[in-house]
Design a protein around this ligand. Structure first.
Ligand code: ATP
Ligand code: MG
Length: 245
């Protein structure tokens, strides 16, 4: 949990630092598109058309209103069908990788691919197209349960499709400093994953959860809020790490 919120807010934060950032919405729910005020109803060109009908990505990518340098490739509910239609297609796991590779109009500094909750062909396309994997972990008990499964799947993808996929970053989110549980989860994750875990913690914050209903990231909805400042710090950490490699 926290995938969409993390993608949208880190992307917004990086764009506010002058980076060119694309958010690819790969979830038929279209939550990232909603949070960025990008139309994703009716027959707007979306990631379904890119993945299944070979529409060039450039015909889908839209600039996010009032956020220079931030772009979004939306998902409509059509994308739910892609999960099934891709099954019988040639190079079905590599459709997104190919579409991104063919896109030359803008040279992005960062591309965030927001995945759906399940590990189907859409997520596999994302894992194959990506060089790095960013995993948000909710600082609550259940969060650790799904992690083993995710790691096994990442190993499978590495073995068969994308040997260089690097789980480079873990971000602890929805941290509630008043509970012991939150700090215990944070400690446990840090002891397992060491430097992969960003120092910055994203606090549980009502402002973060309110922002999408205004079609905004929390970065513009309430820039002074604890959530916005934490995402800004996390983006800075990521940028420094990238620069150091
Ligand atoms: N730091 C936070 N503080 C408060 N609420 C948060 C925070 N981060 C995320 N949420 C809320 O938690 C819910 C789940 O977050 P989000 O949509 O980012 O998860 P997701 O992993 O994308 O879920 P899905 O798998 O359904 O796509 C949302 O309602 C979101 O507003
Ligand atoms: Mg989501």
């Amino acid at each position: 949990m926290g995938k969409t919120t993390t993608s949208v807010n880190l992307a917004a934060a990086l764009s506010m630092h002058g980076q060119r950032v694309l958010v690819v919405d790969l979830d038929p729910q279209g939550n990232a598109s909603t949070a960025l005020s990008i139309e994703h109803r009716g027959d707007v060109p979306d990631m379904y058309k890119v993945l299944v009908e070979d529409m060039p990505l450039g015909e889908v990518v839209k600039e996010v209103p009032d956020m220079p340098g931030l772009y979004c490739a939306p998902a409509t509910i059509d994308l739910a069908g892609a999960e099934i239609e891709l099954v019988s297609m040639v190079a079905r796991e590599a459709r997104l990788q190919r579409a991104l590779g063919a896109y030359k109009a803008i040279e992005f500094d960062y591309v965030f691919i927001d995945c759906p909750p399940s590990l189907g062909l859409l997520t596999v396309n994302a894992l194959m197209a990506a060089t790095e994997l960013l995993v948000p972990i909710q600082c609550e008990y259940y969060a650790l349960e799904g992690l083993g499964q995710l790691l096994r799947n990442v190993d499978l993808v590495r073995a068969h499709l994308n040997p260089t996929l690097d789980m480079s970053t873990i971000l602890l989110t929805m941290y509630d400093g008043r509970t012991r549980l939150a700090s215990q989860v944070a400690e446990e994750v840090r002891s397992h994953f060491g430097d992969t875990v960003l120092t910055t913690l994203i606090p549980r914050s009502v402002r973060v959860s309110e922002a999408p209903s205004y079609g905004q990231s929390v970065m513009t909805y309430d820039p002074g809020s604890s959530g916005a400042m934490a995402y800004m710090d996390a983006a800075r950490e990521m940028a420094y790490r990238g620069a150091a490699v």
